[in-house]
Design a binder for this molecule. Structure first.
Ligand code: HEC
Length: 408
């Protein structure tokens, strides 16, 4: 069946090919049923009372025109009329759903996936907090998720929970040695805020299918990217519906509305089947190290995050970070911004992007100067530093909104 072409990954060569940005067909419209929209679990989405076709095809057309239509490879979509396209999309996709290759049919929704995530009812649950381990939810015997484990105590806790495999989707290379010391294996599949690519989905789902459970899944804070990867595990291992999976992201972890790309990945994108993940060549690497801009961001978010925490205590060390020193952390942030500005890859970014980086670097430098004065006893500088810190935080957000968060 022709549609299998889009569900199988014939080895690494194809995977790399895809990773290099070659347009990949992603069926958005999967169900041929013309009834009331339902979450695959059978739960009806409350807000979706009208016909769903209008909402669906508008989003699906750009994808269809770049894709080989499932089941109809001989037809050139660009030559088809609008109406014919719709019929074809609906038929072709119902064909797929019935063929058994679709792990979970994409949701049918009007509005955003974030909205849909608020409409599925799930049991209330509160996060657990431990030493070096935050925002932790034990979702099933197979999967727990939360923040990046920090320090011996956190790894010991995970070991005591019986965790066998830790999956990090953060940009920072994880501490595989410390995990190993506690009898656990680390796998690193760094993902971005804008969504999870097909190659990343293959690697994540392969990890869930082929490595030993229980899994602990994390990003940095355990709020956005980690919960999205967790949702994939919930669907393939625990067989929850896509609707429940996105409801957990929103209602448990608090994944932000800003990251609609993460929500829509789980609600709509293909989830590779077992044949696809078997065929995919992935060595479960424990540490993928980045160079350049992305690494600078990984470093900045840590030093800046600690500075933010210290601001709340009037620049004094906390129980959480007894050795932290706001001035040192701010110096590290400034240094990372300066180094990032020197990167060759920045010359390929738009002028406005470089300007935003320049402004952030200057704000960070200003913050460092004020903290240096505060360290010498100036209370006024300490107060001013808080204002500059807020400005710097706003710099991060505005650049991310413009250049980082939008979906693939
Ligand atoms: C001029 C634009 C810009 C500014 C300013 C900026 N960022 Fe970023 N940031 C980006 C882009 C673009 C990415 C995505 C890079 C990639 O994935 O290749 C990113 C990625 C990140 C990531 C994800 C790293 C990972 O794990 O892959 C974090 C965290 C982050 N930024 C934090 C911050 C913080 C904190 C600040 C402010 C102190 C900040 N950024 C300032 C543009 C910016």
């Amino acid at each position: 069946m022709a549609s299998e072409r889009i569900f199988f990954c014939p080895g690494l060569a194809m995977a790399r090919f895809r990773a290099q940005g070659v347009p990949k067909p992603e069926p958005l419209l999967q169900s041929g049923r013309h009834g009331r929209p339902q979450d695959p679990s059978g739960k009806t989405l409350r807000s979706n009372r009208e016909s769903w076709h209008g909402g669906c095809y508008a989003g699906a057309i750009p994808e269809i025109t770049t894709a080989i239509l499932p089941g109809h490879p001989q037809m050139n979509p660009t030559r088809l009329s609008f109406a014919a396209l719709l019929t074809l999309a609906a038929c072709a996709t119902s064909h797929d759903t019935e063929s058994g290759h679709v792990v979970a049919p994409p949701m049918q929704m009007q509005g955003s996936a974030f909205d849909a995530a608020g409409q599925v009812e799930i049991t209330k649950s509160e996060p657990q907090q431990f030493d070096g381990l935050h925002n932790l939810f034990r979702l099933s015997d197979n999967i727990s998720s939360g923040s990046e484990p920090e320090g011996e105590a956190a790894f010991a806790k995970l070991q005591a929970m019986g965790i066998k495999t830790i999956l990090s989707v953060d940009g920072k290379a994880p501490d595989a040695a410390l995990a190993k010391k506690h009898g656990m294996r680390y796998v690193h599949v760094p993902i971005r805020y804008r969504g999870i690519t097909r190659q990343e989905r293959l690697e994540i789902v392969k990890t869930f299918r082929e490595l030993e459970a229980p899994f602990y899944v994390h990003c940095f804070h355990g709020r956005h990217r980690g919960p999205a990867a967790t949702a994939l595990g919930r669907i393939v291992l625990d067989k929850v519906s896509r609707g429940e999976a996105i409801a957990e992201m929103r209602q448990y972890f608090g994944t932000s509305e800003k990251y609609e790309g993460l929500y829509s990945t789980i609600a709509l994108k293909e989830i590779p089947d077992a044949q696809a993940t078997q065929a995919c060549d992935f060595d479960f690497a424990a540490a993928h190290r980045f160079k350049g801009f992305r690494q600078a961001m990984v470093d900045i978010t840590r030093s800046f995050g600690t500075t933010e925490k210290l601001a709340k205590t009037g620049w004094k060390a906390t129980d959480d970070h007894p050795d932290a020193n706001a001035l040192n952390e701010s110096r590290r942030t400034t240094e990372s911004f300066r180094q990032a500005l020197e990167l060759e890859e920045l010359s390929r970014r738009p002028e406005s992007f470089r300007q935003l980086m320049q402004i952030s670097a200057e704000d960070s430098e200003k913050l460092t100067e004020l903290l240096a004065k505060h360290a010498k006893g100036s209370q006024e500088s300490g107060a001013l530093a808080k204002t500059v810190l807020k400005k710097l935080k706003a710099d991060c957000k505005s650049c991310h909104a413009r250049y980082r968060n939008a979906g693939y």
